[in-house]
Design a protein around this ligand. Structure first.
Ligand code: FES
Length: 577
């Protein structure tokens, strides 16, 4: 049997099949000891791996990739590890979000450019799963995610430490004078107990769970702690599944539907997930042509009870969620709110098998009758200060601030804020609204996680622990507070946030979904941004930053680049030789 007859249906056969010079070149350079049939007649499964020493949350994915590799082999496929751009949330400057679209674009292009039939996506740290999903959606090859999993719970002086969340809390205590700098430093080695990503319901945990609710992860796998041997078993089985998905031609476009995004939003609300998931879901939806809007996020999510008592809004950590039954137990409780039509990577609906899910610890995963918050979700605000929308997570906010009227104290940049916030003469009190601008996709650039501004020390010393903050940037999913985020349009795109002056009154009304600047429209129409405000906006000269600033869309549509929205599929018309 000739190689041409053995692999007619596989995309990779366009490279490897046949007896001509190009097929010879493609096969010969790849063989390196592999048998001749390794590249013909067998699905070629890429393992898109974001393991990197500079992405510590994902460093263990090399071991996970080995299990995927075994699974691909076991099912008759050929595994091919493909290192892809990796983004470490804690290190990458000026913000990992600046590079999310670049990582997505590079992964998409490498999957398309190579003889790949299907792909297993290995991610963990915040931007890695979103960028992988955006890439997979645009290239539309059979794809399945293995989330790297959260780390185990670390403790300091007998108390659990939540990654990120407790860094914010402890550093505020130092600033308030209730914790010594030495004790703060001592906690450092306890913060990261094991391999894995942040153990709070930050963006990494949220995106793993949301990816499963979207149908892109084998049901029951997301949230498995990184050191848990069951993660490796799941990785092996996912490798086998990828081969099956190729045979079934199960592409993202067949299961990433409006129904899947509906379920992802329900899951996001039920687990009390990060506001960052909103931007990522909008961007992923844009890649598959699903018309998803900010208003969908509010409409679908706001009637969903928040059932997971995990930090930053709750008491427990991700390891606890896993032992308590995980996402499947949560989804069983909100089953009536899920769309039963949404399919998953295994080819069956997400809701199948939910009857077998069990809550093993009702303190961690609450029942429908005993929610953490009766109506969770992420509220979308509009008004004269955010004509295209802004978001706030009510469960992470102080209830007494959800309706608030206060005087703006305006900062043009995070550097401006850092330079003035500790000044004892700063004209601010607990009723003030801290406004930070120049932190949107275009203005920073990249929309950093700076919106959970630390409070002025003189207010901390008086026991104030929360204030209303308004920003065109994002907030870490591990943070908490009454922070209004993702204000669109951002100041650098001509949004009214750029016109606010210190002393203006801002009116927040979350129940009414309003965010307004109490300045007469006529006066606002005459204002122009201050030169100092405009000077703070980014104006990169070259490279990715220039491309990004010229093409990034606003947060309300997912902050993708305008020319990356949509799908190009996997076809490549020309060869290299
Ligand atoms: Fe990687 Fe938190 S820093 S998940």
């Amino acid at each position: 049997m000739s190689s041409t007859e053995r692999a007619p249906a596989l995309r990779s056969a366009e490279w490897y099949s046949g007896d001509d010079r190009n097929a010879y070149i493609h096969r010969a350079w790849m063989r390196r000891g592999a048998p001749g049939d390794a590249f013909t007649g067998r699905p070629q499964i890429a393992i898109a791996n974001t393991a990197s020493d500079l992405t510590p949350c994902n460093r263990h994915l090399t071991e996970v990739a080995a299990s995927v590799r075994d699974g691909v082999h076991a099912a008759g496929g050929t595994p091919l590890e493909l290192p892809v751009v990796s983004l470490g949330e804690t290190l990458v400057r000026p913000t990992a979000m600046l590079w999310r679209n670049m990582a997505a674009m590079a992964t998409e292009e490498m999957l398309r450019a190579n003889p790949i039939d299907g792909v297993v996506l290995l991610g963990g740290c915040d931007k890695t799963i979103p960028s992988l999903l955006m890439a997979a959606a645009s290239v539309d090859l059979p794809a399945v995610v293995v989330p790297g999993g959260p780390m185990l719970t670390g403790t300091f002086r007998g108390k659990p430490l939540g990654c990120g969340t407790d860094v914010w809390r402890l550093s505020e205590e130092v600033r308030a004078g209730t914790l010594s700098a030495d004790d703060f430093t001592r906690s450092e080695s306890s913060m990261i107990r094991s391999r894995g990503h942040c153990n709070t319901m930050g963006t990494a945990s949220t995106m793993a769970l949301v990816a499963e609710a979207l149908g892109t992860v084998v049901p029951g796998v997301a949230g498995t702690p990184a050191p848990d041997s069951r993660l490796l078993e799941s990785a092996h089985l996912t490798g086998r599944l990828a081969v099956e998905m190729v045979a079934a031609d199960r592409r993202p476009s067949t299961f990433l539907t409006r129904a899947s995004f509906h379920n992802a939003i329900v899951a996001l609300a039920a687990v009390g997930g990060s506001t960052n998931a909103v931007v990522h879901l909008l961007a992923i939806a844009g890649r598959v042509g699903v018309e998803l809007t900010l208003d969908d996020v509010d409409r679908i999510g706001s009637r969903v009870p928040m059932l997971v008592d995990v930090a930053p809004a709750g008491r427990f950590l991700m390891e606890d969620l896993h032992r308590a039954g995980g996402l499947r137990a949560v989804l069983r409780e909100v089953r009536d709110l899920l769309d039963p039509a949404a399919l998953t990577v295994i080819g069956t609906p997400l809701v199948d098998g939910l009857d077998d899910a069990t809550i093993w610890d009702p303190e961690v995963v609450r029942t429908r009758d005993d929610p953490v918050v009766a109506e969770g979700g992420i509220a979308v605000l509009r008004g004269s200060l955010a004509p295209d929308g802004a978001v706030v997570k009510p469960a992470a906010a102080s209830p007494h601030l959800l309706r608030h009227r206060g005087r703006a104290v305006v900062f043009d940049s995070i550097e401006d804020f850092d330079a003035r916030v500790d000044d004892p003469d700063l004209d601010v009190d607990e009723n003030s609204v801290l406004v930070l601008r120049g932190c949107g996709p275009r203005g920073y650039p990249g929309m950093p996680e700076v919106a959970n501004l630390p409070l002025p020390p003189k207010l901390l010393a008086r026991g104030v622990r929360d204030m209303v903050r308004v920003c065109d940037g994002r907030m870490s999913g591990t943070a908490y507070g009454t922070a209004v985020l993702h204000v669109a349009p951002e100041a650098a795109a001509g949004g009214p946030l750029g016109l606010v002056r210190t002393g203006d009154v801002i009116v927040l009304d979350v129940p009414a979904r309003r965010l307004d600047l109490d300045v007469p429209a006529g006066e606002l129409a005459t204002r122009r941004p201050d030169p100092a405000t405009e000077a703070a906006f980014a104006n990169p000269r070259r490279g990715w930053e220039r491309l990004y600033v010229d093409h990034v869309r606003q947060a309300d549509t997912g902050a993708d680049l305008d020319f990356l929205v949509g799908s190009s599929g996997s076809d490549v018309g020309r060869d290299s030789h």
